[in-house]
Design a protein around this ligand. Structure first.
Ligand SMILES: CSC[C@H]1O[C@H](OP(=O)(O)O)[C@H](O)[C@@H]1O
Ligand SMILES: Nc1ncnc2[nH]cnc12
Length: 307
């Protein structure tokens, strides 16, 4: 790795379609074995000259529904650019009174309520089998590194945005919001936040051995409060713009140091090498097409035979 590599990727969610507070360098659109990413990826430069990659999860014009986000292509495309760390942003509902809309959270746990219709593994469709460890679905080293810095960035911005830590996010399928009964049930399960995009993104980042954390930006109280209206898209839109502006400020504040930390390597150490013992050793018939595909994300473990 060199300081010139694009080591950090940012994925923007609802409302966060660009990082125009950074300097535009170019747009790239890498083709992967899983197709093209949600949108062309913008390469931006930081004041030091280091570069980062930005990708809009739902496309630049929000034309991709949560169940249809090409997450495998998104993660593979970022990795193909050299990215080792992903900072993802997401608009979320709050399942807790104290997580006021407009506040931010960095979750450490996920409850999967997707319906199995999203491809959730790079190994799906191949003759290879792998079981990535996912007990800690986010990169804890990266999270601990981020917490202090994001808190400081929020304080510097001066809008009084609070950061909640060690929270659990429920990822539902959507596109409709939850019923009141579901929303209440998620609270009893220990859910603090809810969105439609936490998965399979985090699972795929783990399979690609990328360090990955989510900054969740609360837009609403979902539908669990007995005397409040159930969430609507109109309510979400009210906070989306302010949350996006704060997200851009946070990104601009932390990315320079994050690039340096990625270069140093310590925040990557949990993930690098983690798939080595997750791939079943006798797996598959060593199909060359599968090897070529998997070499795209895990070149250390798969070497296509030259013909
Ligand atoms: C616009 S409300 C629902 C929508 O917003 C969130 O998107 P993202 O996570 O990409 O910010 C949520 O997950 C849903 O996809
Ligand atoms: N209440 C909610 N449920 C699911 N995804 C969301 N994104 C923003 N608010 C949400």
């Amino acid at each position: 790795m060199t300081s010139k590599d694009v080591l950090v990727g940012v994925i923007g969610g609802s409302g966060l379609y660009h990082l125009d507070n950074l300097t535009f360098v170019e747009k790239v659109n890498p083709k992967t074995p899983w197709g093209y990413p949600s949108s062309p990826i913008t390469i931006c430069s930081l004041p030091s000259g280091s570069q980062i990659a930005f990708l809009a999860r739902h496309g630049q014009h929000h034309s991709i529904a949560p169940s249809a986000v090409p997450s495998r292509a998104n993660i593979a495309a970022l990795k193909s650019l050299g990215v080792r760390v992903i900072l993802a942003f997401s608009a979320v509902g709050s399942l807790r009174e104290e997580i006021v809309p407009g506040s931010f959270a960095i979750p450490t746990q996920i409850i999967d309520r997707t319906k199995g219709i999203r491809p959730a593994s790079f190994f799906e469709g191949t003759k290879m089998v792998a079981h990535a460890a996912f007990g800690d679905p986010y990169s804890m080293k990266l999270i601990r590194w981020l917490e202090l810095r994001v808190e400081k960035a929020l304080a510097d911005e001066g809008r009084g945005v609070v950061l909640h830590k060690d929270r659990c996010i429920v990822c539902m399928e959507g596109p409709q919001f939850s019923t009141r009964a579901e929303s209440i049930m998620y609270r009893t399960w220990g859910g603090d936040l809810i969105n439609m995009s936490a998965l399979p993104e985090a699972k795929l980042a783990r399979e690609a051995e990328l360090s990955y954390a989510l900054i969740a930006t609360a837009t609403d109280y979902d539908s669990w409060r007995p005397h409040s209206e159930a969430v609507t898209a109109a309510e979400v839109f009210k906070t989306l713009q302010d949350n996006a502006n704060t997200s851009r400020h946070v990104a601009a504040t932390v990315l320079e140091d994050l690039h340096a930390a990625a270069l140093d390597g310590d925040i990557l150490s949990e993930e690098i090498g983690s798939m080595r013992f997750s791939i079943m050793p006798r797996s598959g018939e060593q199909d060359q097409e599968d090897i070529k595909k998997l070499a795209f994300i895990l070149p250390d473990y798969f070497t296509p035979v030259a013909n």
